[in-house]
Design a binder for this molecule. Structure first.
Ligand code: IMP
Ligand code: MG
Length: 187
C-alpha cells in the first residue's frame, strides 16, 4: 500500500515574505535537552529562578522546563526590539519581573540572540538587584551578528545571519505557532 508522508513541509508565505523549512522540531528539542542538562549540572540543587523573555521564548521555556526536571521557579519579562525584519535598536521593557530576585540564582531564557541589544538591556535590568548569580541561556544564536562582550553561558543552535520564524519566533507577529524553524528564502 502506498503511504502518504504524514507531513509535507513546503515553503510558505508569511505576511509579505517567503520562508522555507530549516530546522525540525525534533532537532530543536534535542538542543533544548542539551541546554537543560548543562544547566541542571550547574543548578540542580540551587532552586534557580528561570526568567523567560516574552514573547518569543514561550515555547523554549515550556520545553526547557519539561526537560529540566529539578526544583526551580519560572517567571517572565517582556522586552521588544524588533519590528519586522530588523532590530530597531530600541529595547523597551514592557513587563518587569514582579517578584524579588534578591539572593536568587537567575537564569534568563532567551529565544534568540542577534545583535545582543536585548541581552544588554536584560543585564542592566538585573544589575543592582542583588541576585546571587546571573546567567543567560539562548536557544538560537547568530554568531556573526553578536557584537557584545558578555559571554553567553548556554547556547543551543548557531544560526547564519538570516531571519528565521517558528518555534515561538515571529515575523510581524506571525509564525510563532510553527513547530519547525523556517528561514527567509533568499533566491
Ligand atoms: P537583539 O536584541 O538584536 O539581540 O535581538 C533579539 C530579539 O530580536 C529576540 O528576542 C527576537 O525577539 C528578535 N529576533 C532576532 N532575530 C530574529 C529572527 O531571526 N527572527 C525573529 N525574531 C528575531
Ligand atoms: Mg520578535
Amino acid at each position: 500500500m502506498y503511504l502518504y508522508p504524514l507531513k509535507i513541509k513546503d515553503a510558505m508565505r508569511i505576511a509579505d515574505l517567503e520562508f522555507e523549512p530549516f530546522i525540525e522540531q525534533a532537532e530543536i528539542e534535542m538542543a533544548i535537552g542539551r541546554i537543560a542538562n548543562a544547566v541542571a549540572a550547574d543548578y540542580k540543587d540551587r532552586n534557580p529562578l528561570f526568567i523567560g523573555v516574552l514573547n518569543g521564548s514561550f515555547r523554549f521555556v515550556a520545553e526547557f522546563i519539561k526537560q529540566y526536571e529539578h526544583p526551580c521557579e519560572v517567571s517572565f519579562v517582556k522586552l521588544s526590539s524588533y519590528q519586522g525584519l530588523t532590530s530597531t535598536g530600541i529595547v523597551e521593557t514592557l513587563l518587569d519581573v514582579t517578584d524579588s530576585v534578591e539572593g536568587r540564582d537567575v537564569v534568563v531564557l532567551e529565544d534568540i540572540i542577534d545583535s545582543g541589544r536585548t541581552l544588554q538591556e536584560l543585564i542592566s535590568l538585573f544589575s543592582g538587584q542583588h541576585v546571587r548569580s546571573f546567567a543567560i541561556a539562548t536557544l538560537f544564536f547568530k554568531p556573526s551578528k553578536y557584537k557584545k562582550e558578555y559571554q553567553i553561558n548556554y547556547k543551543g543552535i548557531d544560526l547564519p545571519d538570516e531571519f528565521v520564524v517558528g518555534y515561538g519566533l515571529d515575523y510581524k507577529e506571525k509564525g510563532r505557532e510553527l513547530n519547525d524553524l523556517y528561514i527567509l528564502k533568499t533566491t
